[in-house]
Structure formats: C-alpha cells, structure tokens
Design a protein around this ligand. Structure first.
Ligand code: PHB
Length: 371
C-alpha cells in the first residue's frame, strides 16, 4: 500500500461546524425507495444505514418535508410523528456504530404526480411549466403533468414546512440537516429562469429568484444553527429538465448571500447529477468554494484517486460518494486499504427489499489481508 495513501487527507479528521468527522468520506444522499406504509423508515432502513456508519458523515436519502413535497413512491417523510419514530431507529443505529447522520430535507416541487399528492391535487411549482419525463408513482412511471404555480401568499407556508421538518429531524435524533436545493427540485426550480417565470418578489431578478433559498436557509438555521446545517446545489446539472440561461449569474450571488447563515458545508454536484462531470467545463466551482465561508463537499463520480487529487489541490474539504456506497457498506475501510470496490446492481437501485440494499457484504478478513 503506497505511503501517500495512508497519509492521505481523505482519512484526516475534519471539523465541520459543530461536528467532528473522523474522515472526509461522505455517504451521498441516495434515493432507494424502500420505505414502507406511511412513508415511515423501519428496521430494514436502519440496518442499511448502520452498515455504512464508518463514513465520516452520512447524508440521509432525500426526505419529504410534507406530503406535497413527495415525488417518488416509497420515499420517506419527516412531517409525521410516526416518521420521527421510524427515523429514531435509524439515527440510534448509526450512533450505536459510532457514526453521524444528517437529514436531507426535500420538496420536489413540479417533479411529482397527482397520485402522490394530498387529495390527488396538482404538484406545485414556481410557474406552470411542465417538466419533460415521468414521475415514479406507486403504479409505475407516469408522465409529468403541468404543475400549479404557487400563489405568493402560499410561500410562507412552504418555508414553515421546512422549519417544521427541521424541528422534526431534531426530534428524530439527527446530527444536523442538509437543505436539498439541487437537482431540479423546488428550490432549484425557483433559482432558474427556465422554470421560474414569476413576476412577484420570488421571480425575475436573481435577487428575487434566490429569495426562497435564503428564506428556507433562515428558517432551517433558526432550528439547527448554521453549524449543523449544510446545503446542496447542482449549478450546471440538467437533472429533472432544469435549465438556466446563466447559472454563473445565479450561483455566485446565491453562495455569497448564504454566508450570512454560517452554514457548516456547501455540497456541490459537479456536472450532470450521477452522469457526465464535464458538461460545463467553464463553470468555476473553485470560485464558489473561495466565496463560501464553510467547508466544501464535492460530489459526482469520484474514486479514490480523484478524491485524493481534489483534496490535495485544495478544491474540496470533503468528498461525497454515491453509487460506491450502494455496493460497499465499508467504503471508508476499502478506500483506506486500497481494496477493490464491489459494483452496484442498477436493477436494485430503487424499490424492493433487502436484496441489493442490505445484502452487499463488507470485505471479509481474507480480502482485508490481501488488500
Ligand atoms: C433519484 O431518485 O434519482 C434522485 C433523487 C434525488 C436527487 C437526485 C436523484 O436529488
């Protein structure tokens, strides 16, 4: 095993706001659609997260702040007391294994379907712009519909839903929260001029388009403090049919304005979410890092070598690994020892039970000794 890997920054502890992480390896938020009735996590979900507790930090799968915010079948919520009780199983199991876990707070906006909405209503969005593509419903994929544009006076209620979900996450025993402002979901829909056609104080100018983001950050940090709050952005990702005529003009001011909340970390998806890292080679992620006061977490397609280089070049403080965490519960140990990684089976990414979820083994002793 090469010395530079042992000495690697990836395995150095990091102070991240109020938390101390034993290493810089983060389990990225991963939708797995395996939560049961009432959108309540249970023992299977708890076992899955506990297996991955050696990560420096676990970010939970995206978790619906309300029924209205839900866009995918079998995803968990955090609005009800039953959901809080379910999440307590998860956080307790992760803590018992010495881990740390934050809850990713999610409202999908237009990326939903009436069959998932309260009373079968329309999904809500900044503007009535129909996304291309399909929603994942309980009866399979169904085409997206034209969403209903939120009234200006409904927006404080959405911000209050984030505040409530943040408080529920605290009751559930999480170590903090991550605001999901990426991947073409509600907050991102407000940020972008492709989906935000509003003429009120939440649309038009960049200052107006970032208003919901800042109001949510204010509400969530009022509950948790900035030192236990992170935030995820995907400035150039086309995920969920999102588009902007000028992402540079939006994300510079957004990150600068977020500094007032003293966030623990900024989580950036480079390139297309879960895909091509190089779709916008001219976008300056380093400039966002320089302008942000907390730690920078980078994500998308990292392996050990890429992670090492990003830390060494001071492009990031933390690296979030998504797909590798599906198939390698002991990813941190495998990276540390240079062991080979298991490949995830895409057929079991979403839905189902233990197969493809909790049945990926950790390295056995033989593999550990050979590595
Ligand atoms: C997905 O289910 O593919 C998914 C969910 C949340 C994200 C991105 C992708 O932020």
């Amino acid at each position: 095993m090469p010395d530079d890997i042992i000495a690697s920054e990836l395995f150095q502890p990091a102070r991240m706001g109020a938390l101390t992480l034993p290493n810089r390896i983060v389990m990225a938020p991963l939708t797995r659609s395996r939560v049961g009735k009432g959108d309540v996590p249970g023992p299977l979900n708890s076992a899955y997260y506990a297996q991955r507790a050696s990560a420096g930090l676990i970010i939970s799968e995206a978790t619906n702040i309300t029924r209205q915010g839900k866009g995918y079948a079998f995803t968990p919520g955090i609005w009800s007391d039953a959901q809080v009780a379910g999440w307590r199983l998860v956080t307790g199991a992760v803590h018992a294994r010495g881990g740390r876990i934050v809850c990713q707070l999610w409202h999908v906006g237009r990326i939903s379907h009436p069959s998932l909405q309260p009373d079968g209503g329309l999904p809500v969005a900044p503007s009535a712009v129909t996304p291309k593509g399909n929603a994942f419903t309980e009866t399979g994929f169904q085409p997206h519909v034209e969403p209903r544009a939120l009234e200006t006076d409904e927006i404080p209620g959405i911000v209050a839903d984030y505040r409530h979900a943040a408080a529920q996450a605290k009751r559930a025993g999480f170590d903090g929260v991550e605001i999901h402002a990426a991947n073409g979901y509600l907050i991102d829909q407000f940020l972008r001029d492709g989906t935000n056609k509003r003429t009120d104080r939440y649309g038009g100018s960049v200052g107006n388009r970032i208003r919901l983001l800042l109001e949510v950050a204010e509400a969530v940090t009022a509950v948790w403090g900035g030192e236990r709050t992170g935030l995820r952005l995907s400035p150039v990702s086309p995920a969920n049919d999102i588009a902007d005529s000028d992402p540079v003009a939006v994300f510079g001011p957004a990150v600068a304005a977020l500094n007032r909340f003293g966030l623990a970390y900024l989580h950036l998806v480079e390139g297309a979410t879960g895909g091509d890292r190089n779709i916008a080679p001219d976008f300056d992620f380093a400039a966002l890092r320089r302008s942000f006061n907390g730690l920078t977490m980078l994500n998308n397609g990292y392996d050990l070598g890429m992670a090492e280089r990003a830390l060494r070049a001071d492009r990031a403080d933390l690296i979030a690994f998504g797909k590798p965490y599906i198939a390698n519960p002991d990813l941190a140990e495998r990276l540390r020892s240079g062991a080979p990684l298991a490949k995830p089976d895409t057929a079991t990414f979403y839905g189902g039970g233990a197969h493809g979820y909790t049945d990926y083994p950790a390295m056995d002793e033989e593999q550990r000794n050979a590595a």
